[in-house]
Ligand binder design. Sequence first.
Ligand SMILES: C[S@@+](CC[C@H](N)C(=O)[O-])C[C@H]1O[C@@H](n2cnc3c(N)ncnc32)[C@H](O)[C@@H]1O
Length: 230
Amino acid sequence: MKVFPHDSLQEVYWIEKPDGKKMLATKNLAPGIRVYGEELIKIEGIEYRIWDPYRSKLAAAILKEMDVSMIKPGAKILYLGASTGTTASHVSDIVGARGKVFAIEVSARVMREFTERVASHRSNVYPILADARHAENYSDVVGTVDVVYCDVAQPDETEIAMENCYQMLKKSGLLCLAIKARSIDATKEPEEIFERERKKLAEGGFKILDIKHLYPFDKDHAMVISILRK
Ligand SMILES: C[S@@+](CC[C@H](N)C(=O)[O-])C[C@H]1O[C@@H](n2cnc3c(N)ncnc32)[C@H](O)[C@@H]1O
């Protein structure tokens, strides 16, 4: 088995299996601990976690060659919709010991699982049980961040993401927004929804850098990568 660094993303790797198949991976910040049943592979004494693009929209966006290079070692990330930590754990691997991941989740049951699986093994992850619609309840604790990652799968997810950015994202910071077409309006075509949300962001002061449908990894999500011009 061989390991290669990703061309443009720090702390993201390709693992090449003996059959030539290449898979995305991150170095495990909590060696020996799995978060979602992912494969752990040790190469030259370093443990890597295979990153599944069918389970993580961020991995899918990377495979679609979207530029998420601001998620890097030492970065401070506000993660909205942490769930049980599939993606947040890989973000924690990437930002490393010098970085921070503030993980917001509204469901107490889900947050308990997140804490057990992820936060209790990783000192750079700060779990916050809160509703992302009320950023003012945690903005003081979080401070200013380099990146807001939003995957709450709610009809008003764009508005939620924008408000969190206004309160905590640094000037020229990055917003990664996963847009779930069906959770916004089940009666409209996905492309129509993506365009409407793109317009909202543009009117709200965001420069859109890239928007891509995550097919075939995810059938009804697009990822929007944008910068807050403030
Ligand atoms: C699609 S899942 C996130 C998956 C996760 N990002 C991943 O890739 O591992 C959406 C999560 O957002 C949470 N959520 C929904 N509304 C929320 C809100 N208003 N504030 C915070 N979390 C919310 C849900 O409880 C759920 O766990």
